[in-house]
Design a binder for this molecule. Structure first.
Ligand code: ATP
Length: 237
């Protein structure tokens, strides 16, 4: 579903991503783990058109999406929940969800969006209680829920999640990861960037480890969970 070849990204003279290959198949949950500054967020931003590539090729569902805008990608079925959530702080929860459905058009659009808002509220009852609250006044965990719910409003084929656990309490992290599992079980392909390697490897099918701008290990998530190098470097053992 997603194929990345020889991706390189630089900030001026700083080479943040030094030529990486990634593959995600339909229906998979793949995680990209690595420590601070490894280049994970830069990779995600490059995939979604918010950073220019130095070189490389990105294909989504068999078509090149290199250089396409995030707007375009959402319309094609590739949605992203960015690091830091990126909710519209001065809009209500309901308005944020409606914004997420901007690609939904046609005469059934109104009914579909209303239906999907109901589904979002069923998944995240906490958001329902706060329908008309401004998103900027939500807690970090609530904003993460809203960012995920908003991304799902476009009915994506694939979801890119950048560090959804960041800054959240353990209980909230569990809730968010439960939703990631659920989203995947509904047939959405997921690429999850995480610093919480243990949790990410526990829910993923496959994983890539990124260090200093390069992929240094990859394989089945359960194998990496048992790998002594991963255990020492990322699981604190
Ligand atoms: P973290 O888990 O801490 O978010 P990360 O793996 O997502 O880390 P990136 O944010 O992709 O890492 O950063 C990769 C490298 O690129 C780092 O060395 C970082 O300092 C650098 N970098 C990131 N953004 C910029 C920028 N706007 N200008 C210059 N350098 C940057």
């Amino acid at each position: 579903m997603l194929s990345v070849k020889n991706l390189k990204v630089a900030y001026g003279g700083i080479q943040a991503v030094k030529g990486i290959d990634l593959e995600v198949s339909k229906g998979e949950l793949v995680t990209l783990i690595g420590s601070n500054g490894a280049g994970k967020t830069t990779t995600m931003k490059a995939l979604t058109g918010s950073l220019p590539l130095q070189s490389g090729e990105i294909e989504f569902m068999g078509q090149s999406i290199t250089g396409r805008s995030a707007w375009d990608l959402v319309a094609q079925g590739l949605a992203m929940v960015p690091e830091g959530r990126g909710v519209f702080t001065r809009m209500t929860i309901l308005e944020n969800l409606q914004m997420g459905a901007y690609v939904v058009t046609g005469n059934q659009a109104k009914a579909q969006v209303a239906d999907d808002v109901d589904k979002a509220f069923a998944t995240f009852p906490r958001l329902k209680e706060r329908t008309n609250q401004l998103a900027g006044t939500l807690s970090g965990g609530e904003q993460q829920m809203l960012a995920m719910a908003r991304a799902l409003m476009s009915r994506p084929k694939m979801l890119l999640l950048d560090e959804p656990s960041m800054g959240l309490s353990p209980l909230m992290v569990e809730k968010i990861f439960d939703v990631v599992r659920e989203v995947r079980s509904q047939g959405v392909t997921v690429l999850l960037v995480e610093q919480n390697a243990k949790l990410a490897l526990q829910i993923a099918d496959r994983a890539y480890v990124m260090e200093s701008g390069l992929i240094t290990m990859s394989g089945q998530a359960k194998d990496l969970l048992d790998d002594p190098r991963v255990r020492a470097a990322y699981l604190g053992e």
